[in-house]
Design a protein around this ligand. Sequence first.
Ligand code: GLU
Length: 331
Amino acid sequence: MNRARRRHLTLPLIAAMATVVNCGILAPAWAQDFPSKPVRLIVPFAAGGTTDIIARLLSTGMGAALGQSVIVDNKGGAGGALGTQELVRQPADGHTLGMATVSTTASGPAINKKVGYDPLTDFTPIINIAATPNVIAVHPSFPAKDYRTFLQVLKSNPGKYSFASSGNASIVHMQMELYKSLTGTFITHIPYRGSGPALNDTVAGQVPIVFDNLPSALPFIKSGQLVAIVIAAPKRLPQLPDIPTFKEVGLEPVNRMAYYGIVGPKGLPKTVVDKVAAAVRKTAELPDVRKRIEETGSQLILNTPTEFAAQIRAELDVYRRVVETQKITLE
Ligand code: GLU
C-alpha cells in the first residue's frame, strides 16, 4: 500500500477512535487511574463569594472520596471569564476542574462578546451542585429598610446611588440591569472580582447597595451589617421571613436563582466524569455539608452530566433573550 493511501486510511481511523474515547465508550487506560495527582478546582471568583464557599465546602470530602487532595484555586476577574478561560485551556485529564456558575455558563456568555469560550462546546459538564437565592441588600446607612421605600428612594434620586456586584456580566449585574430597566431606575454599577470583595466594600460603607447570592451575603444580614431588601427565590425563606421575593413585588423576570456546578475542559473521558460526580454527590449528601448548603436557603441539585448540559443550554437561552429584549449592554 502506498504511503498516501495508508495515511488516507489511518487518519479517519484515529478520528473515529478519538470520538469513541471522547464519548466515553472506550476510556483511555490512564483514565482508570484518575486521579494520579492532586486535582486543581478553579474558582473563577475571589475568595468569600458563594462559588468559593461551595467549592470549599466540598473540596475536603471530594479529596477523601477521590484519594487525592482537591485544591481550590481562586482566579477571579471579568465576571468569572478569566478563570473559566484558564480552565478551558487545560488538558482534559480531570486534574483541572472548574466551578461553573450561572454567570460563567449563561449570563456572561449571553452578554459579553469577549467572554473567550463557548459554554455549549468548551466544557464537559459533570454535575450541578446547588441553586441559591439572590438578594439585594443595603448598608444600614441607606435611607430605606424595606422594598417600597427602597424603590421610592431610587426613583427620586436617579444616578445618585451605586451597587456592588461580583463582576461585569455576572448574574447579579445582569439581574440588576433587568431590574433597572423594568422599574425605570438608574443605579451605577461597580464590578468586583467576586462577591467577597463586593461585600467587603458594601459592609465598609464604600458602596451603598449590593446584589449578591444569598450564601455569601446571609452572615452579614444576620449580623446587621447589611439590610436585606428583596430576594430572588421561589418563595419567602424561613431565614428572612419579612423579605419579599421579586415575584411578590411584581418583578417575576428578576426572580431567578443562581447555580453552582463543576465542569471540566471539553473531552473528559466518562470514567473521569463519573468518578468526580460520585465524589461530589457523596460529599454533598453528608448531613453536615447538606445542612450548611440548605441553611442558606439553597437547594441541592446533584443532577447528571446530561441534565446539567441541558440546564446550561436552557439558561443561556433565557439570558440571551433578556439581553435582546431589554437591550442590555455591558456599558
Ligand atoms: N455571582 C456569581 C455567580 O453566581 C458568583 C460570585 C462569587 O462567587 O463571588 O455566578
